[in-house]
Design a protein around this ligand. Structure first.
Ligand code: CTP
Length: 495
């Protein structure tokens, strides 16, 4: 799992990678007809009753239909968790064909790391070098890292199969990434120049394209470069603006290459697209902390990993995401444009942050584990221990966020997570779905056998207000997250 995490959590990943049994379980989740309990007729009756109880403008549950129908999302058009199970965000790159164009700036050395990262995650990466790039890095660096062809010369002899190299490369690629993109190369792209192999392939390629500029601040801020970047953006290029920092020329300012991991995530998103494009979603994750004094608090074991997976999966599927995370929650390792991370401490802060974020959102997924109780009084400073008496802790309730916001959510799809121990977790989750007026709830185990808190894997039952019950897992949390968004996108209408 490529998220910020503690050592302990990182160690837990081994088990996740090794686990393959869960894949079949997720596949089962895609065949709901066989899994609906107790029977289709009852489910249908339940759906009708639930539909009655929902307000008229709530989303319609059409069930998880995973094939393309008029008005439905084409789920075959992007990598489905059923066909290609992933356990981490960059794994969506597996088997994808990427042409990485490296142009001649000092940041070219970072492109080697990018080529390696993409390759490590299973992508096939072919590298194009401009003549200027060859002054900084060599073809051997990239061919060694990618085990794929590297090219730079438009006029070099090619194999019989690739008799016109620039056309063959353009046809082979699913996505084209230019990193670093110099001012000169951006100008060539903008004006359609094709005087070397890299620019010729770019001109011949019609698929998704990404450029990550890197240059001196003056060149970057020059109106010529700004205009070129804007024109490329208008033509569909994903431009990763250069962050500020210390540049090789010694000055401080904009012009650095975007972070390698961010370029990789953006590449994955370009290749993924999918049913959440144009939708805004709010995801919460992790535990809150309710302070007792300045250094002590009440909290719980929720790691936030499932929330981070939900946020990352939604973003990769094209959504604009606000991820509201507890203070110690795992968060996605990058925070690219469209994936906003908001940190909160207490349940009240979580309530305020969700309220602020939900306006116009397509879906709210409440994966957070907010504290249900808090110390009745917050003591200023540190409570000192005394020999003769123990401090007394009185508790008071925190607000139930889903219940409090029920009337403010309008058409936003409401998804809860039920953390259950003991017997009948599904039954208790269904009761919560009703009490909190939700469209869907995911029942999972917390505490005792099958506890999913702090685990890299999860087993859950996805319940709809209309009476459906779909078991998912045990699978890596990222895969479960991907499956959940597929189900939500297929089972509901866009608001
Ligand atoms: N939830 C919430 N506000 C709270 C507590 C929980 O909105 N103060 C949300 C959670 O984010 C989750 C759902 O309610 O989506 C169910 O949470 P859970 O902890 O399973 O249930 P509780 O309502 O807290 O009830 P209990 O702890 O007694 O099982």
């Amino acid at each position: 799992m490529k998220f910020d995490r503690t050592k302990k959590q990182a160690a837990g990943k081994k088990g996740s990678a090794a686990k393959t049994a869960g894949v079949g379980a997720a596949v089962q989740a895609k065949k709901p007809a066989k899994k609906i309990s107790p029977s289709r007729r009852q489910a249908s009756a339940g759906r009708k009753a639930a539909a009655k109880s929902q307000s008229a403008d709530r989303p319609k549950d059409n069930g998880p239909q995973l094939t393309q129908e008029p008005g439905k999302v084409a789920l075959e058009s992007y990598p489905s968790a059923e066909n290609r199970p992933f356990s981490s965000p960059l794994e969506v790159l597996r088997g994808r064909r990427i042409v990485l164009t490296v142009t001649g700036g000092v940041a070219a050395y970072k492109a080697a790391e990018l080529a390696r990262l993409l390759t490590k995650n299973g992508a096939q990466v072919r590298v194009l070098l401009t003549k200027a790039a060859e002054c900084f890095v060599t073809a051997l660096t990239f061919s060694s890292l990618t085990a794929q062809p590297v090219a730079s010369d438009l006029w070099a002899e090619t194999s019989a199969r690739e008799n016109v190299a620039h056309v063959a490369w353009a046809q082979w690629a699913e996505v084209m990434v230019t990193a670093p993109a110099t001012a000169n190369f951006l100008a060539k792209l903008t004006h359609g120049l094709a005087d070397d192999l890299a620019s010729s392939v770019a001109l011949a390629f019609g698929g998704p394209r990404l450029a990550a500029p890197a240059m001196n601040t003056g060149m970057y801020l020059n109106p010529a470069t700004r205009t070129n970047l804007e024109l490329l953006r208008q033509r569909g290029y994903r431009i990763l603006e250069s962050p500020e920092g210390l540049l090789a020329c010694g000055s401080v300012g904009a012009g650095r290459l975007a972070e390698i991991r961010e370029i990789a995530w953006e590449t994955a998103r370009l290749l993924t697209g999918g049913p959440l494009e144009g939708r805004r979603v709010v995801v919460t994750g992790g535990a809150t902390r309710e302070p007792w004094d300045d250094i002590r608090f009440l909290s719980n074991r929720s790691s936030g990993r499932m929330g981070a997976c939900l946020a990352a999966a939604a973003w990769l599927m094209g959504a604009e995401v606000t991820f509201i995370a507890g203070p110690a929650a795992i968060v996605p390792e990058v925070s690219p444009e469209g994936l906003k991370i908001v940190r909160i401490q207490t349940c009240e802060e979580l309530l305020a942050a969700v309220r602020k974020a939900i306006e116009g959102a397509w879906a709210l997924v409440m994966n957070a584990a907010p504290a249900d109780f808090k110390p009745a009084e917050k003591v200023a400073g540190k409570i000192r221990k005394s020999k003769d008496k123990l401090p007394q802790l009185a508790l008071t309730r925190t607000p139930d966020i889903l219940k409090t916001l029920a009337s403010e959510l309008g058409r936003t799809i409401r998804v809860g997570f039920a953390a259950e121990d003991g017997d009948n977790p599904v039954q208790r989750a269904r009761q919560k779905l009703k009490d909190k007026n939700l469209d869907y709830i995911c029942a999972n185990r917390a505490g005792g056998a099958g506890d999913t808190f702090e685990s890299p894997d999860i087993e859950l039952t996805f319940l709809s207000a209309a009476g459906r019950e779909i078991p998912i897992g045990p699978v890596p949390k990222f895969q479960a997250a991907w499956t959940l968004w597929e189900l939500l996108a297929a089972g509901t209408k866009r608001s």
